[in-house]
Ligand binder design. Structure first.
Ligand SMILES: [Zn+2]
Length: 600
């Protein structure tokens, strides 16, 4: 196998010229239609063998097909069209990719459907937490994977970008005493010579490479029965720990059905396994059908299932299972739009957890999380939600906290502004239209516009592409000879949706474009005793209060009172102190604690 590599290296000078300036992204001209992977894995060994067979559509005649591969030693490659197969030279690219020479006899180029076959060897790293890796747990070796965002290429040559979604046929040859898991359910297990067996998994739905996962080792399985619309649930643990999976299975039983009810779409990936990793690069990764978690986030001995711990487990699962719709069923086309995955999973987890609470506590957790991200959301301290990814270095920042928490806060704002039902209908339209495909922020905006009649594109672009928290001020104008008006001014450019209400005036929303707007109150309204500039508490902005709205306190919802506490804390003055002193004895412990903290 090493020989093939040195042969490939001989071609280096031939292609080196085209290599410089090679983009981080693959071309649009070669699109994978199906990837078949067969691996041979013994976790006790630091290498593994693989063969891939990738059906590719060449949209234009190609002389070289580039695909991603990292730290793989290629043994042989071939390219086939119809019934004719030819050996293919492997052309070294950067350390992120290889090229397959698609010319026959060094001359004729190919177009249309072709199949690339590559046999290779890869590494099961003992120290790394990304790509395929191995760890010893209580004296036994196990193999695991973490591919997001760009490390599937360490396990198999592939088109490792989220826009390339294709079905995967995966089979793994393992020792007879081991178990193997992947995204699809196991469909067969065939005995092979010398103590091996071949485990074959069902073809997956179309998935990007980064969401493929597998695991091999002497695992134990906690059978969690069925959840939601009849999805089998299991918890996969290191040997001897199956009983610790009980709480995780219970959490899925509680969370899956409400997610299916909200999205209107049954869980789409057949089976749902939760796998415990001894260590993980992330707290959890949402691979369809095989979600992975750091062990302490997933397992707990049955005698330690305290309410706070099982609630945290449900919140984490609501995030990861939420991804099965937002990220997995519909995948962002590019990593700049990863908020369509992480912002949504964060937002929907908070929404699902709110359903366990009395209605007056709705949004309190989301507003507290929003406050934490607002505290750092300035050009000096944070990046925008959407930024371009164009290298392995910038890919490290794909999962920046801003993407999760500001992304979720923007969704909370859109839901408050467009209305809960219109927002849900828009999301259902978005999920159905792009089911098993890709989407961009513009696709979300279009679906929300279709459902609500309001175009959120300008608002979305303003909040996603810039840093900073807009500041609003309000003033009631009650002249003797004119109808009362509310004047609202804002500190920064860009579209900001503001929902407001006042004494005996129901909530309504308007989008502030310029620095100042005057809103006429409904005809016949007397000058109100108070107004409030963030009805529902869902807006991503601060209200600067010259005079705290003391008379409003008894009328405001929990979400509005908590938002008020944070706004008063940010713009301290004498009237803010008096209002905070009253809010410090609020009946809701979250609000009273926040007010007491603000007074310190
Ligand atoms: Zn996530």
């Amino acid at each position: 196998m090493a020989g093939a590599v040195s042969r490939a290296l001989a071609c280096w000078t031939l292609v080196a010229g085209s290599l410089f300036g090679q983009s981080f992204y693959l071309s649009n001209d070669a699109v994978p239609r199906k990837e078949t992977v067969q691996l041979t894995i013994d976790p006790a060994r630091e290498t593994f063998e693989g063969t891939v067979s990738i059906d590719v559509e060449l949209k234009t005649a190609a002389s070289i097909i580039w695909l991603n591969a990292k730290n793989l030693t290629v043994g042989s490659a071939a390219i086939a069209q119809g019934n004719t197969s030819h050996p293919a030279r492997v052309i070294p690219g950067s350390d992120e990719r290889i090229g397959i020479d698609a010319r026959i006899d060094g001359r004729q180029t190919l177009a249309g459907p072709v199949t690339i076959r590559i046999a290779y060897q890869g590494r099961l790293d003992e120290k790394s937490l990304v790509g395929p890796y191995r760890r010893k747990v209580e004296g036994e070796w196990y193999a695991y994977t973490t591919f997001t965002p760009i490390d599937a290429r360490r396990a198999f040559p592939c088109f490792d970008e989220p826009r390339f979604k294709a079905p995967w046929d995966i089979s793994i040859r393992v020792k007879r005493e081991h178990k193997a898991f992947s995204n699809g359910r196991e469909i067969s297990e065939t005995e092979e010579p010398n103590g091996w067996k071949l485990v074959t998994f069902a073809t997956t739905e179309p998935l990007p490479a980064e969401l493929v996962a597998f695991a091999v080792g002497p695992f134990d399985v906690y059978d969690g029965g069925e959840a939601g619309h009849g999805t089998p649930v299991r918890v996969i643990t290191a040997k001897g720990h199956a009983a610790e999976g009980h709480a995780a299975a219970q959490a899925t039983a509680a969370i899956l059905r409400p997610l299916e009810a909200y999205t209107g779409i049954p869980y789409a990936f057949g089976k749902l396994d939760h796998l415990a990793l001894p260590e993980g690069a992330f707290g959890a990764v949402e691979n369809p059908g095989l979600i992975t978690y750091r062990v302490r986030n997933l397992l707990m001995p049955p005698n330690q299932e305290a309410a706070a711990r099982t609630r945290a487990l449900r919140a984490l699962q609501a995030h990861e299972i939420g991804h099965q719709w937002f990220g997995n069923l519909v995948t962002q086309a590019t990593w700049d739009d990863v908020w369509l995955s992480e912002g949504f999973a964060t937002w929907i987890s908070a929404k699902m957890m709110d359903q366990e609470q009395p209605p007056e506590r709705a949004h309190l957790a989301a507003i507290a999380a929003r406050e934490r991200i607002m505290a750092v959301d300035s050009p000096a301290r944070a990046r925008p939600v959407r930024v371009a990814v164009n290298s392995r270095v910038t890919a490290r920042d794909v999962y920046n906290r801003v993407v999760y928490d500001k992304g979720a806060a923007i969704l909370l704002m859109l839901e408050g502004w467009l209305g809960e039902d219109s927002f849900r209908d828009g999301l259902r339209g978005y999920l159905n239209e792009h089911r098993f495909g890709n989407a961009a922020t513009d696709d979300l905006a279009a679906a929300l516009r279709a459902a609500s009649g309001t175009d959120p594109a300008r608002v979305l672009n303003n909040f996603l592409n810039t840093t900073g928290v807009p500041e609003l001020r309000g003033q009631l104008l009650c002249d003797r000879d004119a109808a009362p008006r509310l004047r609202v001014t804002k500190s920064s450019p860009g579209s900001v949706p503001v929902c407001w209400r006042a004494d005996r005036v129901a909530s309504s929303c308007t989008v502030l474009e310029g620095p100042s707007t005057e809103i006429a109150l409904p005809t016949g309204t007397a000058c109100p005793a108070w107004f409030y500039l963030n009805s529902g508490g869902t807006g991503y902005y601060r209200t600067r209060w010259t005079q705290a709205p003391m008379q409003a306190l008894s009328e405001l919802s929990g979400a509005e009172r908590l938002t008020l506490v944070y706004d008063l804390r940010a713009g301290k003055n004498a009237s803010a102190q008096a209002a905070l002193a009253r809010l410090a004895s609020d009946a809701d412990p979250e609000i009273s604690t926040a007010a007491r903290d603000a007074l310190r």
